[in-house]
Design a protein around this ligand. Structure first.
Ligand code: SME
Length: 175
C-alpha cells in the first residue's frame, strides 16, 4: 500500500539538451537544469535528499567543474552539505572565504581568480575560479551553492543568473 505515492520508483533520466558554449546554449542548459531540479524535488521535503539530487544534477549538467555542492547554514556557520567532487572543508565561518562572503552579504560571489580573492579557502588545489550563490527564503540564509572550476574565469553573469534561479527553487523546497 502506497496511497501517497511516497515510495514510487521514478527513474530520473535527465540530460542537457544543449552545449554551454553560446549564450543561447547556456540559457537552454540552465532552463533544462532548473526543470530537472524541480522534477527531482517535487513532493519531497527532506532538505538533504533535495540538496543531494540538485548537487548531482549540477555536476551532470554543467561542464568544466571540479566541485559542486552545498554548505548549509547551521547555528550561525556554514557546514558542508551534499556535494560532488573531492572531500572538502567541513565548517566555514560566515564572512570567511568566498562561501562566507556570500553568506555574509546574501549576494552571489563571482570570482574569476580564486587566488586573488582575500581569504579564499583552498579545499581543492585544482580550483581556479568559483561562484557561490546564497539560498535565501524570507530573508533568511538557508545554505549556499558553491561551484568550483579548474578553468580561470569559468563563470559569468549568465551562470550567476541561472544559479540564482536554481537557488530560488531550492529555497522553496527547503522550507
Ligand atoms: N573555496 C571555498 C571553500 C569551499 S570549497 O571550494 C568546496 C571558499 O573560499 O569559501
Amino acid at each position: 500500500m502506497d496511497p501517497a505515492g511516497r515510495y514510487s520508483q521514478v527513474m530520473f533520466d535527465f540530460a542537457p539538451s544543449s552545449p554551454a558554449d553560446t549564450p543561447a546554449g547556456k540559457a537552454t542548459l540552465y532552463a533544462d537544469l532548473i526543470f530537472a531540479a524541480g522534477a527531482v524535488m517535487k513532493g519531497e521535503r527532506d532538505a538533504i535528499a533535495n540538496m543531494a539530487n540538485v548537487a548531482a544534477l549540477i555536476w551532470q549538467f554543467l561542464p568544466d567543474l571540479n566541485w559542486a555542492g552545498f554548505y548549509r547554514h547551521v547555528d550561525g556557520e556554514l557546514v558542508l552539505g551534499p556535494f560532488q567532487g573531492k572531500p572538502a572543508c567541513i565548517r566555514i565561518p560566515v564572512g570567511r572565504g568566498v562561501c562566507g562572503a556570500a553568506a555574509a552579504t546574501l549576494e552571489t560571489q563571482l570570482v574569476a581568480d580564486v587566488h586573488a580573492f582575500p581569504g579564499h579557502i583552498a579545499c581543492d588545489a585544482a580550483s581556479a575560479s568559483e561562484i557561490v550563490v546564497p539560498v535565501v527564503r524570507d530573508g533568511k540564509l538557508l545554505a549556499v551553492i558553491d561551484l568550483d572550476s579548474p578553468t580561470p574565469a569559468r563563470f559569468d553573469t549568465q551562470d550567476a543568473q541561472g544559479l540564482e534561479r536554481l537557488a530560488a527553487s531550492v529555497a522553496e523546497a527547503l522550507s
